[in-house]
Design a protein around this ligand. Structure first.
Ligand code: SF4
Length: 179
């Protein structure tokens, strides 16, 4: 398997996540180990601990949008500004992250009156951490990453895309495609 991914970058940005909040969500699961080639940083192998899981985002905003505003990469900020948003309205002072509301939900989470539920108002330009959700990486050694899943209503055994090697590569590539 030869796929080059920004795994080191993903690790850096996911490590900036609010892990105190995440730790309270104790149902996160270790689903696969990803091994990189030392020199090239290409994926050498993916070994699954849990098989036959599927994922389809329901855009339910149940977990991911209520963990506080995620940390942002420089590109995240540039993307939001390009989409017409002003830093003052979304960037939390003293922290390179999206502002959160008093209840812990993201500042861009809005109630859609027509559809009758909350949804992300910047879905197409959402930050990398939001695009990665519910997956995140834990570094086990310089060349070994553990892929884990945080609580999410989009994970099931029956509905959605099978979380296999191709899915992981596509998902991580998509999440970092503009980095
Ligand atoms: S990532 Fe999961 S929790 Fe977040 S909106 Fe999609 S299904 Fe819901």
């Amino acid at each position: 398997m030869v796929a080059w991914l920004h795994l080191d970058f993903i690790l850096k940005i996911t490590q900036q996540h609010d892990y105190n909040r995440r730790k309270r969500l104790d149902s996160d699961r270790k689903i696969a180990e990803i091994t990189l080639e030392t020199k090239t940083r290409r994926i050498k192998d993916i070994t699954f601990n849990i098989k036959n899981l599927r994922f389809r985002c329901k855009r339910c905003a149940t977990f991911c949008c209520k963990l506080g505003g995620p940390k942002l990469s420089v590109r995240d900020v540039e993307r939001l500004e390009k989409a017409g948003y002003n830093k003052e309205e979304f960037l939390e002072s003293g922290r390179w992250g999206l502002k959160g509301k008093a209840d812990g939900s993201c500042v861009f989470l809005q109630f859609n009156q027509e559809r009758g539920f909350h949804e992300c108002s910047i879905y197409d330009v959402r930050p990398i951490l939001c695009r990665l959700y519910p997956f995140y990486l834990q570094k086990m050694s310089p060349d070994l990453f553990m892929l884990r899943i945080m609580p999410c209503r989009g994970i099931s055994r029956r509905v959605g895309k099978l979380i296999d090697e191709r899915f992981i590569i596509n998902h991580l590539s998509y999440a970092t495609s503009s980095e």
